[in-house]
Design a protein. Structure first.
Length: 225
């Protein structure tokens, strides 16, 4: 009785040469055919898993939508607010007016503008303007914001001899906010960095690039109506 020895490491089957565990495709059509067969096989093997995951996803989505509907009373009832901020985008301090433009129980979009006057510093007037997005969890909110600040500065050694001019910087906000949906008291704290143009000593160049980064922060209290 004769036994035919088969070499499993070098054989050809249906136009595909297999060497070891690595397929070598002899024609592009064979490559497409092989990929299609593998995809079909994987889909057939995982059909039950895909079906379960799909039903689970739809259930969670419907639960989340129902939860959103049930929490519609968590939207802010007051759209206007006034804040006093120590530090922040205004520099040393600022008094800010804020108004909610888009408000939902889970997110809010607001715009704000502020003003501060501080004689004796390297600037004496600042006007911060910003757009904030709030992600809400009942009374607690995460704030993300972008904006700019206009500063009235001076060129020279001191504010008496220096020439006054206006400069502009870019600002941002990453912070925490406490405010009840129906409450009037507001408490905020945040990281408010400032990006300004490069300077040559004490003199401002309006054509210099924005490459001076100043890490800054602020804390504020406010009242809404």
């Amino acid at each position: 009785m004769s036994t035919k020895k088969t070499n499993n490491h070098d054989f050809q089957k249906e136009g595909t040469i297999l060497q070891g565990n690595t397929p070598w495709i002899s024609h592009p059509r064979d490559l497409v055919k092989t990929i299609a067969l593998n995809v079909k096989k994987n889909l057939n093997n995982n059909y039950d898993k895909l079906k379960r995951y799909t039903f689970l996803f739809l259930f969670l989505l419907s639960f989340y939508a129902e939860n959103l509907h049930g929490q519609s009373d968590h939207t802010f009832q007051n759209r206007n607010s006034l804040h006093f901020e120590l530090g922040g985008a205004g520099g040393y301090y600022s008094l800010n007016y804020e108004r909610n433009i888009i408000y939902h129980h889970s997110f809010k979009t607001s715009g704000q503008v502020g003003f501060s006057y501080f004689p004796g510093g390297w600037f004496d007037i600042s006007v911060p303007v910003g757009l904030n997005e709030q992600f809400s969890f009942s009374n607690h909110h995460i704030e993300l914001g972008i904006g700019m600040v206009a500063l009235r500065e001076f060129n020279g050694e001191d504010d008496e001899s220096g020439e006054r001019f206006w400069s502009y910087g870019l600002t941002g906000r990453l912070g925490y906010r406490y405010q009840k949906p129906g409450g009037r008291f507001i408490w905020r704290i945040g990281f408010t960095p400032l990006l300004q143009r490069e300077r040559t000593r004490l003199y401002y160049d309006p054509h210099a690039p924005f490459n001076v980064f100043t890490p800054w922060g602020g804390i504020s209290v406010g009242y809404s109506w």
